[in-house]
Design a protein around this ligand. Structure first.
Ligand code: SF4
Ligand code: SF4
Length: 192
């Protein structure tokens, strides 16, 4: 059943009758012409123009890909590989096997519903199940990190790798093999 102004049905955890709408106070006659805001906006633009003057480029523009965030110190806008949230990987154990035990915690908690796992009986004695199939739709993911938080065995992690592209949507659905390859590619940069 459609809820609110959206044209499609929504599963809302909060019922519409439980939502309190707090009306904003009406703007004064000075505020309603937005003159102060326009002047303030021009002031900020002008300040940025002056602070960038003479550099041949704006001081706020990063020259990507020659310049990359991971090469910058944190205080200058760099990233911390340990907590940056980009593409996923599936971790391996000491024996090189996928660590995932197919407990289904991550697909259950994922708000974007972009993790799909097919569990099977484990061929190993130390666990009951393992993922026969493990897929993440990286275009649907919102990189919230909740899958990582929920995993009881630290099998799924987000990596600092943010610049993988695909020509098709299908290429951006990472399967188990690709997720395990991501582990090999990133384990030195982000140890477990
Ligand atoms: S990061 Fe968030 S949205 Fe992406 S797969 Fe994990 S839980 Fe889902
Ligand atoms: S939470 Fe961890 S162990 Fe459970 S299914 Fe997801 S990756 Fe596998």
């Amino acid at each position: 059943m459609p809820v609110g102004p959206w044209p499609y049905p929504l599963d809302m955890a909060i019922k519409p009758e439980d939502v309190y709408v707090i009306p904003s106070p009406p703007p004064s006659s000075v505020e309603s012409v937005y003159l102060r805001e326009v002047v303030k906006g021009f002031g900020i633009t002008f300040r940025h123009m002056l602070t960038s003057f003479g550099q041949g480029k704006t001081s706020r523009t990063m020259q990507y890909p020659e310049q990359r965030r991971e090469d910058l110190p944190l205080e200058k806008g760099g990233i911390h590989p340990g907590n940056f949230r980009a593409f996923h990987r599936l971790n391996k154990d000491e024996a090189g096997r996928v660590k995932c035990v197919a407990c289904m915690m991550c697909p259950t908690i994922c708000p974007a519903k972009c993790i799909h796992i097919v569990a099977g009986e484990s061929p190993w004695e130390d666990r009951e199940k393992y993922p026969v199939k493990f897929e993440i739709d990286e275009l649907r993911c919102i990189y919230c990190g909740m899958c990582e938080e929920a995993c009881p065995v630290d099998a799924i992690e987000l990596t600092p790798v943010y610049d993988i592209v695909g020509m098709t949507r299908q290429e951006m659905i990472f399967d188990k093999e690709k997720l395990l390859k991501m582990y090999d590619l990133t384990i030195n940069r982000k140890p477990m």
